[in-house]
Design a protein around this ligand. Structure first.
Ligand code: ADP
Ligand code: MG
Length: 609
């Protein structure tokens, strides 16, 4: 069978996505490959298809138990023999699986990095015919990365033990240059086929919302999207507890996840979420790596994350199935202070010298600054993120809250001059808050102590709302008219460019047109769907019936519903209404194995319509 036949037969897809073929061809030809592709791009198929074409066994190194379980579950459903070796197996189960592996039962074996060099496993590996070693989530080898796993550094040692060097492939969604270089070096890839696909996730709608009442925003979204599954990320355990409890009190089927819960409870809550028993997950960033749930329709950030890398990764857990999904960030200026505090708290790390530590903190502050810009910019949000990762696109996507918000160009020359004059007259010694309070003419004690109440600019902008002064300061910083230092107590300074502003050059800024509160302010409207499958109103009842059937099957087989069929497959079924098995095979995501296994059950429901 060739790659196209395998794609259709096992996975039920008609065509490859961007980047997949290049990697598959290289691997089949015996070359190493390195794929950097965003979450949901379809990296798994890039190694699973070659694994099925190559002679021997493929070993996949993967960092998390949940991830392995999910992948192996999906493969088994597709009719591929696969297994995982990790600490969730009892010793007896492990022995049994190893025996089966030795007898050649599995084409693909997932293994935790810690297991690679254990005697039992190397004994098996040395006598097996291993044609490929794949490193999934390869950024875990990078010491600068956020998910560093020391045991990932042992992978090359394992490979060098093997009698014949297998093909090596690596995959990650983290694109920054330092991480890429680390991976290339640590895994010793030999002239790999490098494929980096665009970072844009076209099915995601990005929104920043600065409403003060965050909880009300969340409730509004959940009320408008009652059947959706999604994740609400909070920055602290306390907030997770609070938000989850409030949601549950209002009858929302929510559950929670953070590092303070017992292993048992974490596992249970995660399963409830995966199996759609509790479709809304409230969690800290401890939740998520390896969550391949394909029907996550929204990711709401209750607090601003610490950098764009984290945001892109967390928000990217929405819409893996390629269907429309919403990524909403609820921003409040306090989130900046909290993150600043967390950076300052970063304690000494044994592995790092004082100098390195200093470097890490500076880097983190710079990243936080970029994250803050994302939350306050009035430009295209998608473009902002893509530019951060080094990709240049147009600055209008038409699919983020900024591109959809009406903006007006306002003249901020007078406000700018007042700000700059205040910074100058106070000797460039104060931060944004003191400057703002001074301009507003605040009666605070702090101003009196600093003698800022005697400053010539005191009260000069008493008619301008605080948010506007702050907004203009952010804008001036972004445009380089002022600079905010990176110290523990950041201070506003003038720059070369400040002069232009003093010289009466008009300064204009884009600002959101103030309008009445629209009812549906969050997320995108169902009607805006562009790609993906759009269901007609009349097809919804069938879709709901198929969802019910999927849930029954999932319960009986103890697998998450999305492993039976994705939402996309169900939608396609509801639209195409296949009448027989041949037509059923035409549905997106239906391969031969699933057609045999489930075809009749689903056809029966469809034919009843
Ligand atoms: P990631 O790149 O994040 O590892 P996955 O491999 O988990 O992404 O794939 C995400 C989803 O895309 C899965 O549901 C997968 O079945 C689907 N997918 C992958 N390749 C294709 C394709 N060629 N056509 C349609 N769907 C695909
Ligand atoms: Mg993956």
């Amino acid at each position: 069978m060739d790659k196209h036949q395998i794609l259709k037969k096992y996975f039920g897809y008609d065509s490859f996505r961007e980047g997949q073929e290049g990697i598959i061809d290289a691997l089949i030809a015996g070359r190493d490959a390195f794929g950097i592709m965003p979450t949901g791009a379809g990296k798994s198929l890039c190694y699973q298809i070659p694994a099925l074409i190559m002679e021997g066994i493929t070993i996949v190194v993967s960092p998390l138990i949940s991830l392995m379980k999910d992948q192996v579950g999906t493969l088994n459903q597709a009719g591929v023999h696969a297994a995982f070796f990790n600490s969730s197996l009892s010793h007896a189960q492990y022995k049994k699986a190893l025996e089966l592996a030795k007898s050649g039962r599995y084409k693909i074996i997932y293994v935790a990095p810690e297991r690679l060099l254990l005697e039992e496993f190397t004994e098996f590996a040395l006598q097996a015919d291993i044609s490929m070693v794949t490193v999934d989530e390869a950024h875990c080898v990078s010491q600068w990365g956020q998910d560093f796993r020391p045991s990932y550094l042992k992978i090359t040692e394992f490979i060098s033990l093997l009698p014949r060097r297998p093909v090596v492939s690596a995959f990650t969604a983290t694109a920054t240059n330092e991480v890429k270089e680390d991976i290339l070096a640590a895994l010793d890839l030999k002239q790999p086929e490098m494929i980096t696909t665009g970072f844009d996730r076209k099915n995601l709608f990005y929104k920043v919302n600065a409403n003060k009442d965050k909880f009300a925003e969340v409730m509004e979204y959940l009320t408008e999207h009652p059947t959706e599954s999604g994740i609400i990320y909070c920055s602290t355990r306390k907030t997770v507890e609070e938000v989850c409890r409030k949601l549950q009190n209002r009858g929302i089927p929510a559950t929670r996840y953070h590092a303070g819960l017992s292993d048992l409870e974490r596992q249970k809550n995660q399963d409830d979420f995966l199996y759609d028993a509790a479709p809304v997950m409230v969690a800290t960033n401890a939740f998520g790596m390896g969550i391949d749930k394909s029907n996550v329709r929204f990711v709401i950030h209750y607090n601003m994350p610490k950098n764009i890398e984290s945001y892109y990764q967390e928000a990217g857990r929405a819409g893996r199935d390629g269907e429309e999904a919403n990524c909403i960030l609820l921003y409040a200026p306090q989130d900046v202070a909290l993150n600043q505090f967390l950076i300052d708290q970063e304690v000494e790390n044994e592995a790092l010298t004082a100098e390195d530590m200093q470097f890490v903190k500076e880097r983190d502050r710079e990243r936080l600054k970029q994250m803050t810009f994302y939350c306050t910019t009035n430009e295209c949000l998608r473009d902002f993120v893509l530019r951060y990762f080094g990709e240049y696109t147009s600055n209008y996507c038409g699919k983020c809250s900024n591109c959809l918000t009406e903006f007006v160009d306002i003249d901020v020359t007078a406000i700018t001059q007042a700000i700059l004059a205040c910074v100058k007259s106070s000797g460039q010694r104060f931060g944004m808050t003191v400057i703002t309070d001074t301009l507003r003419g605040s009666q605070s004690m702090k101003l009196k102590q600093n003698r800022m109440s005697e400053n010539p600019c005191f009260g000069k902008l008493s008619d301008t709302p605080v948010f506007r002064i702050r907004q203009v300061m952010q804008f001036l910083q972004l445009e380089g008219y002022i600079l905010v230092t990176d110290d523990q107590y950041p201070v506003v300074k003038l720059t070369e460019k400040s002069k232009e502003a003093f010289e009466n050059t008009p300064i204009r800024m884009k600002a959101a047109k103030e309008k009445e509160h629209k009812k549906s302010s969050l997320g995108q409207d169902k009607k805006q769907k562009k790609d993906g499958i759009t269901l007609l109103e009349t097809d919804y009842p069938l879709f709901e019936k198929l969802r019910k059937l999927r849930m029954e099957i999932a319960k009986a087989e103890h697998v998450p519903p999305y492993i039976v069929f994705s939402d996309k497959s169900l939608k396609d079924m509801s639209a195409k209404k296949p009448k027989n098995k041949k037509e059923f095979l035409e549905v997106n995501g239906v391969g031969e194995n699933k057609c045999e296994k489930y075809g009749e059950k689903f056809l029966t429901v469809i034919l009843e319509e």
